[in-house]
Design a protein around this ligand. Structure first.
Ligand code: ADP
Ligand code: MG
Length: 519
């Protein structure tokens, strides 16, 4: 080409005198005189520095391109009017639109419902907007939760548009939602727990669930939260409890067999308790009221006692009955033939023997096999029969038996002769409790699937501390009492799956309440 008189340019690399690479831009131009090439005019320019800058620039733009290309966030550049200038693959994926569908269009208008998310209008203003959460509508119509950030594009001090960056937060939102749901689930678990669950921090309650609020007799948790933990704990346990709290704070869980707690009204109750560390400095306390269980245990013990006594009574009664018959017969015989003077003694003997017989017959009831002839009976009928039977005795003792029978009380499945025996015992006790007469009210009503019978007297009453003794064999305060009557009553009523309660105010009177299940 040089020979043809054209000039030539190329780039080349040489090693200079010092062994450094030097990049050169060379221009060779032939020197032509009279149509003949007489030489070459060569210009070499050192372009090492220029090349390096170029390379750096290219590298930077490539790096920037790959940042855009592989970014998981959708990035879209828009000009000042809102028209799309470019978008990365993630943006296409999140919105569902291909780049060519986006170019030149108002993308915010296109993918955001501005009525629903008016805050999207603030995107692409002078300042950058960070992480506003909204929903964009995918090309296919469904909504995608995104967090949007916008950054102004400023070139030579002038804003030419902005980048819209979309972060897909569907997954994040779902995890967040799941977390909330899990929390709610645990919350419900705690709320609905039948055990009281409370949290104590620095000796004060900071949380109490519904069961706990109920257990301590509070109207709501505000009556407990903030109050001293030890106010609720029986003083007997304070010392031990401080140690337990210390151990729990060290991270060990502790089951405490039985602790006495105090309700807001001052009542003391037994509870199984459990303490464990909760968080860094709090103690979680679980309290299970065992009053019912304790009562059931006592009832069971009583029932066992009854059976034992019953068996004993059966043996004793049978053994004594036969000799007694002989004694009675011979006493009777001697009575008839005795002198006038001795007759008085025989009279006493006869009375005493009859008393022994009475005790025996009461003892035999204890031993009798239960559940003999269970049939449906009207309690009212049985009560009326008993009252008729005892009315003469009542009149003699100046006692007025009044009745208050509700209409339409359902029948109960019972052994009528046994119930009769119970009513006789209880009414007799009532009469005997009123030595100078008074009123005895017998009330019959039906209360939620129970038939309830009350015997209310105006007698001497029973001291509080003696109430638990009622029903124990041979507990009597009467000179001629057997102390077996109530025991028989308890036994019969429990065989009927009912219950019997005695409430009394000394000097005022006593109420005996019997409940029998309907069905
Ligand atoms: P008893 O009548 O033979 O003494 P009970 O078992 O029927 O035996 O009663 C035991 C005790 O309970 C009585 O001695 C009495 O002290 C007390 N009691 C029972 N019912 C009443 C009542 N209605 N009022 C006062 N005390 C009563
Ligand atoms: Mg009695």
């Amino acid at each position: 080409e040089l020979r043809e008189g054209k000039s030539l340019s190329f780039e080349t690399t040489i090693l200079n005198k010092y062994g450094h690479r030097v990049e050169l831009h060379v221009t060779d131009t032939p020197i032509v005189i009279n149509g003949r090439i007489v030489g070459i005019f060569g210009i070499s320019k050192d372009i090492t520095e220029q090349k390096r800058t170029e390379r750096a620039l290219r590298e930077r733009s490539e790096r920037y391109e790959s940042l855009k290309k592989y970014n998981p966030n959708g990035i879209c550049s828009i000009d000042i009017t809102g028209a799309v200038m470019g978008a990365n693959p993630a943006f296409e994926r999140i919105t569902g639109y291909a780049l060519h569908e986006l170019l030149g269009r108002d993308v915010i208008q296109m993918i955001v419902d501005l009525d629903e998310f008016p805050e999207a209008r603030t995107l692409c203003t002078q300042t950058s907007v960070k992480n506003i959460e909204l929903q964009v509508t995918h090309k296919d119509g469904y909504s995608v939760d995104v967090s949007v950030t916008s950054v102004p594009i400023i070139i030579e001090g002038e804003q030419i548009g902005c980048y819209i960056i979309l972060e897909d937060i569907t997954e994040q939102k779902r995890t967040r939602q799941e977390l909330v749901e899990t929390q709610q689930m645990y919350q419900r678990l705690v709320d609905n727990s039948r055990d009281a669950i409370g949290i104590m921090e620095n000796g004060k309650w900071v949380f109490m669930n519904k069961a706990g609020v109920q257990l301590f007799g509070a109207a709501n948790e505000s009556e407990i939260i903030g109050r001293d933990y030890y106010d609720f704990l029986h003083p007997d346990h304070h010392e031990a409890s401080r140690k337990i709290v210390e151990i729990a704070l060290s991270g060990q869980e502790i089951d405490v067999a039985e602790v006495k707690w105090i309700k807001l009204n001052g009542m003391v109750f037994d509870a199984e308790s459990h303490a464990a560390l909760f968080g860094a400095t709090s103690i979680q306390v679980i309290i299970r009221d065992i009053t019912d269980r304790k009562r059931a245990e006592t009832n069971m013990m009583n029932a066992e006692k009854l059976t034992a006594v019953g068996q004993l009574a059966a043996g004793v009664a049978h053994e004594i009955r036969n000799p007694l018959t002989a004694l009675k017969g011979f006493t009777q015989m001697f009575h008839q033939t005795s002198t006038e003077a001795n007759r008085r003694y025989f009279e006493i003997m006869k009375a005493e023997l009859e008393r022994i017989e009475m005790i025996l017959s009461e003892m035999l009831v204890l031993a009798k096999p239960q559940a003999t002839h269970f049939e449906q009976h009207q309690v009212e009928t049985i009560l009326r029969e008993v009252i008729t039977l005892l009315s003469a005795q009542a009149v003699m003792k100046n006692v007025m038996i009044q009745t208050d029978f509700e209409q339409g009380v359902p029948t109960v499945l019972c052994e009528s002769s046994q119930l009769k025996q119970v009513f006789v015992n209880v009414i007799k006790n009532g009469i005997e409790a009123m030595p100078s007469g008074g009123n005895l009210l017998v009330r019959l009503k039906s209360r939620d699937k129970n038939v309830c019978i009350e015997f209310i007297d105006e007698g001497v009453g029973i001291e509080e501390e003696h109430i638990p003794k009622l029903g124990e064999p041979f507990y009597t305060t009467k000179e001629k009492g057997t102390g077996l009557g109530l025991m028989v009553c308890y036994k019969i009523i429990s065989a009927h799956e009912g219950n019997m309660e005695i409430h009394s105010t000394p000097g005022k009177g006593t109420t005996v309440r019997i409940r029998l299940p309907v069905e």
